[in-house]
Design a protein around this ligand. Sequence first.
Ligand SMILES: *[C@@H]1O[C@H](CO)[C@@H](O)[C@H](O)[C@H]1NC(C)=O
Length: 391
Amino acid sequence: MMTAQQLLLLVFTGLVSAQQQALMDYLERRLLAIEDRISLWHEQTSRYASELREFKQQIVSQLEGLDKNKEALRSELETVGTRVDRVEREMDYLETQNGAQPCVDVDDKLVEQQVTVIKERNKAKYSKLTDCKDMISSIKAMKILKRVGGPKGMWTKDLGSGSGKAYVFNGTGEDTLYEFRSVRDFTTSQGTSGATAIKLPHSWKGMGHAVYNNHLYYVEKGEELKVVKFDLQKGSVVDSAVFPAENQLPVYDLNPETYIDLAVDEEGLWAIYATQESEKHVSLAKIDPKTLDIEQMWDTPCLRENAEAAFVICGTVYVVYNSKLPSRSRIQCVFDVSDMVTNDDVPVVYFPKRYGAHSSLKYSPLEQLLYAWDDGYQILYKLLMKKKLEV
Ligand SMILES: *[C@@H]1O[C@H](CO)[C@@H](O)[C@H](O)[C@H]1NC(C)=O
């Protein structure tokens, strides 16, 4: 027999377990609902994430496209820039050919002055040689004479004798030069027709050659940097000497083919060069044109960076600078072996051309002209001088 107490307990236990069951059911439903929502969130998040990824990819590819457009635009601009340069040069050329500019009259006379005049000038200059004190005041005029050859090269007159002959060295590593009877012959002939082709025993290196008293001085292409003296009348090598500097570098940043630039001034033959020892700067040496011996060497404060060419006048080296994209050439550093001229005495001298890139500039002491090669154009610059001590 069950007691009332026992019955009560049984009922109570049943109640409790029913309540428990209900609670369990309830919890389970909640859990399921939560699980559903979690999986919904999960789904949404992964959808967002993949949408975000897609968006990012779109942006990246659009950015890439923009970058490509920018590149294309830039290279197009550069091409246009080069073409503008070219057109400007062609215009300059045509203008000087047509004789429309006032300065051309002056220059025409310049070119017409032939041997006789030069001989007289020669005499006058010789008395000056002992006290050579000229320095550049400005560049007075420019004349574009002709276009023959490639972007890089050198042209010059015989810078010593009054022979009046003109020489064309096309390229940076050739072995055949062209000799014209005069600058006038060069100007009026077609290309290199009418010229005498002179073949050298070895190719030259760079654009640093010099013609001086019927001899060509050039740097031979090879393992060592050798200066060769070549008799242009006899057509034979007279002498050669290894340049006595170690670890040589290209002397001009913007014309890296030239290691030694041979220059002529009122006092004779010079070499403008660079070595690892003074790697940031241009060095200078005086050479004996008879024996090729080095008489003296100087380190100059002039930087090689952005230099395109240099020349020597009365013992002062003038270094000409430009920029990688051809801009206006300018004389921006001078070094005088006699210490009479400093950079303060020569404010930056700009070349009259608007844009250009000289591969060589050769000073003719007899005429006070610069023979320049600019992208295959042969140009003459007339220099205006003043005395070194006049400030
Ligand atoms: C000058 O040299 C360039 C290569 O540097 C060559 O293409 C061109 O034909 C040469 N011109 C003459 C006139 O020799």
